[in-house]
Design a protein around this ligand. Structure first.
Ligand SMILES: [Zn+2]
Length: 675
């Protein structure tokens, strides 16, 4: 078991039986010991097990956000976009590869977690088609009849099975589980004839998700043989990271490389976690953290992502990150926290979910970008762009800017985030992995328990959790305490405030009887971090703050197919000045940045719906202009703070910052200027 039992032992105080102990992450050494003792033919348990899909439901702003999503592109793509609407997977003649399964991967949890009956009805029809048209040899119908004998990349099948098990978990439709099992058998035989290559080889671990799901329900030994085969034939990322020179950004307008592909990389961050469940390889746990550290060091972006447009491209805030990488990194972090139980993975998940994810959609979620930029003062059809391998449309808000993969794959972000907010502990309790308004149901030793979280976090510091057990039951409620907070407290049933240690899992074990309120406070302190070219970024709690810029939206590409409103393409240009330097002392940012609460809007991630606004002081930098359609880079030599002779003589002004995720265009990494 990945949790150290000693850490779980509680010291029960008199009166209110509450025990709190931070949980320590296990070490590779402990893995090595358990690897010897572990049965050779089983899967290691994850530290925390996600609740069955459907057991966590949205509330508050997250409910509104999912509704916006279902009323936008996610809930309608299958009605008009040929690559889904007429997919070969559903009996049509359009694309028969990854696009329909990608859409289903997000649309299935979205429809069921919202109980959206029309979406559910359409999806059921599509799944019926996939299952009833599977061939007797186990191959799904879009693959050619000779697939059993010829060489075909298995990626779309790895993906489809991952999608189908979600449907099975939500509906219990036994035909679907049988179809997945049949497909996995065909794959097991097929891999001996044609080992993994290309996409399948770089994404082998996605195949473990359905293999583990079926194994946990059937305990068929051949499934674990298949899992070992996938791992053996797939890319070894630990070896790759030791050999590939990841410090080098892909040159602008450079070379597309499998090994630096940002989506592959984001997906692969969970390879060590899934692989560890299979064979507890010593080093998997440490490598999972190391892989992200390396990506941060050379390609890290303040929004929680690493750059990739669409290959890893350095720390420059202009370079951008592809949307597929954002949703895939979130899904990887959900697995990493579940398997290894390290709260740092869930801190990171929130950072991506509350910043990079919402920023890259229009507030109504009808339009998305291919690449979002941290410093993005305008998004235009730009032939002078400096993306590495992406094209001039890449940062437009639109239907399928640059390439349609994100159009198909973007839907999983919010629904899977919701599904992973709460997980079960190995001792029948529940852990709050990430925080957003939600309701969860689980059973603790047979007793049904409902947990609700009411909050406007991440726009507020206070979270109210209500635990209702059907009958009195003893179990732990484990709270993730973010590493960025100081002075965090928890108060149980109106009792005294107890301190909680940042960066730990805080355990509350008691007899839960009736309805018990747990009030959590995570103080958020403003931070100014120094980034690329010595620029400053303003952060507070899990949110990054950006300059609020007036926007002018212009419709483009109206002559292209399927660009009827509301799923059209748009450029956005600044309607107000963006070229400000900030007057902030990074050691005492609280002295010059002031935060004001606002109601969280109907559209929580929109410039006017921002639930928190910051006021800071800055000056315009007249020499800071557009270059090739983007905000020019400001080199360290031009940073006025370091070079007083070059400082701006413009008047000091108050500037408004809003959460990065609420912006459509923005400056996030600011040059420093003098007060
Ligand atoms: Zn994409």
């Amino acid at each position: 078991m990945p949790i150290n039992r000693r850490e779980f032992m509680s010291t029960v105080a008199t009166g209110v039986a509450v025990a709190a102990a931070p949980l320590a992450a296990r070490t590779d050494e402990e893995d090595q010991k358990s690897a010897v003792a572990a049965p050779p033919s089983g899967l290691a348990d994850p530290a925390f097990r996600p609740l069955p899909l459907g057991a966590v439901r949205p509330a508050g702003w997250l409910q509104r956000q999912l509704r916006i999503q279902a009323d936008g592109l996610s809930g309608h793509l299958d009605e008009f976009w040929p690559d889904v609407a007429k997919s070969k997977w559903f009996g049509g003649e359009a694309e028969g590869w990854e696009r329909a399964p990608y859409w289903l991967d997000g649309a299935i949890p979205l429809a069921w977690l919202l109980d959206d009956e029309p979406m559910k009805a359409r999806i059921t029809k599509y799944i019926d088609h996939i299952v009833t048209h599977q061939r007797a040899d186990g191959w799904y119908s879009p693959y050619p009849e000779d697939a059993v004998a010829k060489r075909y990349d298995l990626w779309a099948i790895l993906l489809a099975n991952k999608v189908l098990v979600q449907y099975h978990e939500l509906t219990g439709d036994a035909r679907v589980l049988q179809a997945v099992e049949k497909s996995l058998r065909a794959m097991h035989a097929g891999l001996d004839r044609t080992p993994l290559y290309e996409w399948g080889k770089f994404r082998w671990y996605e195949g473990l998700v359905p293999v583990f799901y079926v194994w946990e329900r059937t305990r068929e030994p051949w499934l674990l043989e298949l899992a070992h085969k996938l791992r053996a034939q797939g890319v070894d990322f630990e070896a790759l990271f030791a050999t590939e020179d990841l410090a080098l950004p892909t040159p602008r307008r450079g070379l597309w490389k499998w090994t630096k592909h940002v989506v592959n990389t984001a997906m692969a961050t969970k390879a060590a976690a899934l692989g560890w469940r299979l064979d507890r390889r010593p080093g998997d746990r440490a490598f999972a953290t190391k892989m992200i550290d390396v990506l941060d060091r050379y390609h890290g972006q303040v929004n929680g992502m690493f750059s990739g447009d669409e290959c890893l491209a350095g720390r420059n805030p202009l370079q951008g990150t592809e949307l597929c990488a954002v949703v895939e990194f979130m899904y990887s972090l959900e697995h990493l926290f579940s398997v290894f139980g390290d709260p740092a993975f869930a801190d990171r998940l929130e950072r991506v979910a509350f910043n990079a994810l919402p920023a890259t959609f229009s507030p109504d979620m009808w339009c998305h970008q291919y690449d979002q930029q941290v410093n993005q003062v305008q998004v235009t059809l730009n032939p002078e762009h400096q993306f590495t391998t992406n094209g001039p449309e890449s940062n437009l808000y639109g239907l399928e800017p640059n390439f349609g993969c994100c159009t198909a794959n973007m839907h999983q972000g919010w629904p899977k985030f919701l599904a992973h907010l709460w997980m079960k502990t190995p001792d029948e309790g529940i852990v709050a992995a990430a925080y957003a308004p939600s309701r969860a149901q689980f059973t603790s030793r047979g007793t049904p328990v409902a947990v609700s979280l009411d909050t406007d976090y991440p726009f507020r510091e206070t979270l109210t959790i209500t635990v209702k057990a059907d009958k009195a039951a003893r179990f732990p409620l484990v709270l993730r305490v973010p590493a960025w907070t100081r002075g965090a407290t928890v108060r149980v049933a109106g009792g005294p405030e107890q301190p909680m240690k940042p960066g730990t899992l805080h355990r509350l074990e008691r007899l839960w009887d009736g309805s018990v309120e747990v009030v959590v406070h995570f103080p958020m302190k403003v931070k100014a971090t120094t980034r690329y070219n010595e620029a400053l970024a303003i952060e507070r709690g899990p949110l990054v703050y950006s300059l609020k810029i007036g926007e002018q939206w212009t419709r483009v590409n109206a002559d292209k197919p399927h660009r009827e409103l509301p799923h059209a393409d748009f450029e956005v240009r600044p309607a107000t000045d963006w070229n400000y330097g900030l007057i902030v002392d990074p050691k005492r940012p609280e002295a010059s940045v002031r935060f004001e609460e606002r109601p969280v809007g109907e559209k929580p991630f929109s410039p006017d719906g921002a639930g928190m606004v910051a006021k800071a002081r800055g000056r315009k930098l007249p020499n800071w202009k557009l270059l090739r359609g983007w905000a020019a880079e400001v080199s360290p030599a031009d940073v006025a703070w370091a070079n007083p002779g070059r400082d701006s003589t413009e008047p000091v002004e108050e500037v408004t910052l809003i959460p990065y995720g609420c912006t459509n265009i923005r400056i996030t990494e600011f040059p420093r200027t003098r007060g």
